[in-house]
Design a protein around this ligand. Structure first.
Ligand code: ADE
Ligand code: ZN
Length: 348
């Protein structure tokens, strides 16, 4: 077997696994072909060939691996949200792509403010469009989907508050949580404390991007001040033992996204990613994609990277898939069924 054949054969074993995705952004999941289609239909002036478009919306080998460069891809992506049809289409396709990768349960997060910006769509319409397409695609492709509304810390707290209230009205439609995302290095989460507290009281779950581009302290702040049940990334928690202890005691789930962490410049190489140290420290780690289109990956690739590059044993991977289901924001009765089905299929 050649080296390429070995990688392919190995990747296929990860493709075959039933998967759970807790951290995937809709805006980071657009197909390149779809972007070209939308550009043609709506007269958007972007490079008309796939390779040149790719440089604007996906990480390239020659790119500087910084979070600023990573976030800059979303600026181009915001040009595409030109019609309700576009928003319906990208939502359906994101779920179809997950189904093809054997994802059984996915929490897809979306940023209403980003989707509404280009055409000034009302936030409530954007939320309705994503909910209805997610429901349709979930049934068609047999993936259980729950939605998370994201707000960015580098954008207005007033808009975030509007999103939180609208989201709270749609918990029964499967919009189950609120997420704080965006530029963690330069923008504090303090202006959002009250919004998240009220969102939680209104029945939404809470997950916070923290300890990704900001220090370990942000993880404890997310848990203790904002009421985060889960942490987006949180990999820099390893810089402070007392915060590792706090997260271990609470069994706070970490939504780790290995490739995204490397591409956004947190670690110098994939091999220096602290995934296995986090596991050894007893943290409740899950494995996710973040932005599969920007990073040019699938969840299968992330499972491959965790086991083949970072040497996480496959039995641990299977346990982490079940751990992700247990940490999910699905309703308790559905969660029990999901966990049982995964344990059976993974032979645990
Ligand atoms: N939005 C999309 N991807 C993100 C990330 N990795 N961190 C913060 N905000 C994001
Ligand atoms: Zn993210």
């Amino acid at each position: 077997m050649s080296a390429v054949e070995r990688v392919t054969a190995s990747l296929n074993t990860y493709r075959a696994l039933p998967k759970v995705e807790l951290h995937r952004h809709l805006e980071g999941s657009l197909r390149l072909d779809t972007m070209l289609d939308i550009a043609t239909q709506h007269g958007i002036t972007i490079p008309a060939d796939v390779l040149r478009l790719s440089t604007l919306v996906q990480i390239q080998e020659e790119d500087k691996l910084t979070f600023q460069n990573f976030l800059s891809k979303f600026n181009t992506l915001r040009l595409f949200y030109r019609s309700p049809d576009v928003i319906h289409r990208i939502t359906r396709e994101a779920i179809e792509d997950a189904a093809k990768d054997n994802v059984k349960y996915m929490e897809l997060r979306f940023t209403p403010v980003a989707l509404s910006r280009a055409e000034r769509f009302p936030l409530h319409d954007v939320i309705d469009w994503v909910i209805s397409s997610a429901k349709e695609a979930s049934e068609k492709h047999g993936v259980i989907v729950r939605l998370i509304a994201s707000v960015n810390r580098h954008e207005s707290a007033e808009l975030a508050e509007q999103v939180a209230w609208l989201a709270a009205d749609h918990v029964k439609d499967g919009l189950v949580a609120l997420d704080l995302a965006g530029n963690e290095a330069d923008f504090p989460s303090q202006p959002f404390y009250g919004i998240f507290k009220e969102a939680k009281q209104a029945g939404l779950h809470v997950t916070i991007h923290a300890g990704e581009w900001g220090p370990a302290y942000n993880v404890s702040e997310a848990i203790e001040e904002i009421g985060a049940e889960r942490i987006g990334h949180g990999v820099r928690v390893m810089e402070d033992e007392s915060i590792v202890k706090l997260a271990r005691e609470r069994q706070t789930a970490f939504e780790v996204c290995i490739t995204s962490n490397y591409q956004s410049g947190i670690f110098e190489s994939l091999e220096t990613h602290p995934l296995t140290q986090m596991l050894d420290a007893g943290l409740n780690v899950t494995i996710n994609t973040d932005d599969p289109s920007i990073s040019r990956i699938t969840l299968s690739h992330e499972y491959y990277t965790a086991c083949e590059d970072l040497k996480m044993p496959q039995t641990i991977l299977k346990q982490r898939i079940v751990a992700a289901a247990k940490a999910s924001f699905i309703e308790e009765t559905e969660k029990e069924k999901l966990v049982k089905q995964l344990e059976k299929d993974l032979k645990l």
